[in-house]
Design a protein around this ligand. Sequence first.
Ligand code: SAM
Ligand code: DTB
Ligand code: SF4
Length: 354
Amino acid sequence: MNPTTDIQGKAEAVTASNAGQSVAWTEAEARDLYDLPLPELLFRAQTLHRRHFDPTEVETATLLSIKTGGCPEDCGYCSQSTHHKTGVKATKLMEVDSVLAEARKAREAGATRFCMGAAWRSPKDRDLDSVCRMIEGVRALGLETCVTLGMLAPDQVRRLGDAGLDYYNHNIDTSRAHYPRIATTRTMDDRLDTLSLVRKGGIKLCSGGIVGMGETVDDRIAMLVILANLAPPPESVPLNMWNAIPGTPVMDRAEPATPIAFVRLVALARLLMPASVVRLSAGRHAMSDEWQALCFLAGANSIFTGDTLLTTGNPQRAQDAALLAAMGMRMAPGPVRSNAAVAGNLRSASPSTD
Ligand code: SAM
Ligand code: DTB
Ligand code: SF4
């Protein structure tokens, strides 16, 4: 019998439980899936993808850096750490009204989620007052809300939940083994503790990582296994290709993933976390249309739209719309949710051929 048949059975069990609470993956099982012949890997990923989602739809979120630079953490990949000379200027927390004006623009451009990022180790209570008003204001515009503010205390989670926060983004970034090589002012367990508090607070998790920081393929797989075993996995899983930042320590050891290696990782994320939205996040402007197209075929179903991420660039929205149209796909008009019922309910969108 094909040794991966049992593993596929496990992936089906994740689907059956619809959230994966009871299924724990091992790194060896995940590696077996990752190493499948690409046509087989993509077939399996697509099969699970369409059980949960309309495979022609991609969720769109827009990011805004509400407090840039001056961060005391030493994350070796980040433009915003005070430990590295990257040329990023530190700013104060934005005014609530200015943030809401940006959210309105994002909504007019078609985004369904607005994500606000702050370069903090953890928020001060006074700053959280403003962030809560931003969340309330963005929600009132009819957008889903996401914030990424660093580590949280239980009371801060409660306040964010009371403000109506939908998602908290907090990436684990890499494997446990590689973590000390990318940050020393915090640990993987610090990250997992915040994720656990956020989940207990009833807020949905957005957690993923970065590829291309000198890690091995096994590190990338180990990172996905940690996320998949959170029981249930994060509702949203961003996979970032490291956006090179001159002046950071990661610059000396960065090695971008090949397109095929990245696509395999996306497919593995889809197999290990079939009910999660997998976001093709930073690094898209360095990817060809064909590379991105393969990621969508492997199960990625979310992107950031808008020309900037936090401090780096992102493809123009028109370019994204053109790629999706060429694939007979579209930006989802509302939040994307796992729903086995969409299988067999594909719109008869035909690809544009120009
Ligand atoms: N300070 C908060 C924190 O670290 O959680 C929130 C902001 S931080 C910039 C959010 C995430 O952006 C990081 O966890 C990391 O995964 C991602 N990130 C930062 N710099 C990046 C880069 N150059 N390329 C890709 N992803 C990056
Ligand atoms: C995530 O996983 N990627 C986004 C969001 N979550 C906060 C951040 C990407 C940052 C890319 C580097 C920059 O623009 O500074
Ligand atoms: Fe600070 Fe977040 Fe950048 Fe780390 S990733 S330096 S915590 S802004």
